[in-house]
Design a protein around this ligand. Sequence first.
Ligand code: FAD
Ligand code: EPU
Length: 337
Amino acid sequence: MAILHENYALKPYNTFGIEAKANYFFQFDTVSEIQSFLDDNTLDNVDYLILGGGSNILFTDDYEGLILHPNIKGMEIIEENEDTVLVKAGANENWDEFVEWAVTKGYGGIENLSNIPGVVGATPVQNIGAYGVEACQTIEKLDAISIESKRQVEFQNFHCDFEYRNSVFKNEYKNLFIITHVYFRLNKNPEFNLEYGAIQNELKNYSDVNLKNIREVIIKIRESKLPDPEVIGNAGSFFKNPIVETRFAEKLLKKFPDCPNYELDNTNTKLAAGWLIEQCDWKGKHVGQAGVHKDQALVLVNLGNAKGFEVLKLANDIRKSVILKFGVKLEMEVNAI
Ligand code: FAD
Ligand code: EPU
């Protein structure tokens, strides 16, 4: 049932654990509920924000507007052939439970994305990725509601302009479409992606390489590096890994030969933001209750009762020092609101 809350506490809805409130919070269970809400309420002059699990959001203040929270559930196989299944999942299905379900059924393609917080509806937005795999490799299409026309629109994969931690939903269609369902094409005879050395090393302790063991290894590696938001508030990597011209990377490497770098193509190279931040001596540091995680410099943390603007201030100070030392601009991955 759709519910409109007023003056609603957002702490349970952001993994940074920031205390903030929204003037209005509208939660809906079905596509028709949001369509009739939009029929009755024009959002032309209202600030609004679509919110999933809040694991990639930083509230820098109370939200003086309306939050739209899809509570759409459901998971069904809508097509099956000898090699693949097409699974339709509702926006508010928990992502990691979805991965676990797929792994248990023997459907491959998303096992490397195990243990990423958040819900299915947000996975296309920044095209979640980990350990050599991105969501766009299995997302076939998605359904969304246009806030302007209130109509349901289907986006095929190629309409989404997927890139590293990016899609059309972070750019020209930001906040214009509410993703209600995502369709994943999963493989019944999966080819495993084991390009990360750490995964291969851990798998040596297992007698067999299969979906279940890969998932187990990934969860283990992630738990050893990333803070659990239930214990320390955070939103995963705060910045994207910067992509620079290879010519620039080569110059940088002459000065800093240890700088981790991954050549993407003939002209572009990805650098490791965590390394750049650590070299600027930020790792483990904190300013008030806003800090840089002691084991992963790319993760900013709320050590207790940090305010969102304090985390943002820390992020800006980090960006300044990385520019000064390396001439590299860090772009935020987290959505500061
Ligand atoms: P939210 O934070 O609620 O929203 C994120 C963005 O999507 C916002 O702009 C929001 O407006 C928009 N949005 C949400 N739902 C919808 C919808 N239905 N329709 C339209 N727009 C919508 N990310 C990775 O890619 N790889 C990782 O390995 C990874 N590891 C993480 C580890 C930790 C410990 C944490 C806390 C986060 C990590 N993340 C990672 C980031 C985060 O989990 C993902 O970005 C996730 O997809 C966010 O999902 P969410 O439901 O919490 O989205
Ligand atoms: N590094 C340091 N110091 C640090 C952290 C990292 O020197 O404090 C170095 C590491 O030694 C390594 C390199 O940086 O050489 C990369 O580190 P890591 O493998 O831990 O990955 P990452 O670049 O920090 C990225 C993603 C993660 C994803 C992992 C695994 C981005 C912005 N982050 O992290 O995604 O889970 O790879 O694939 O691309 C997220 O997006 O929220 C996220 C957690």
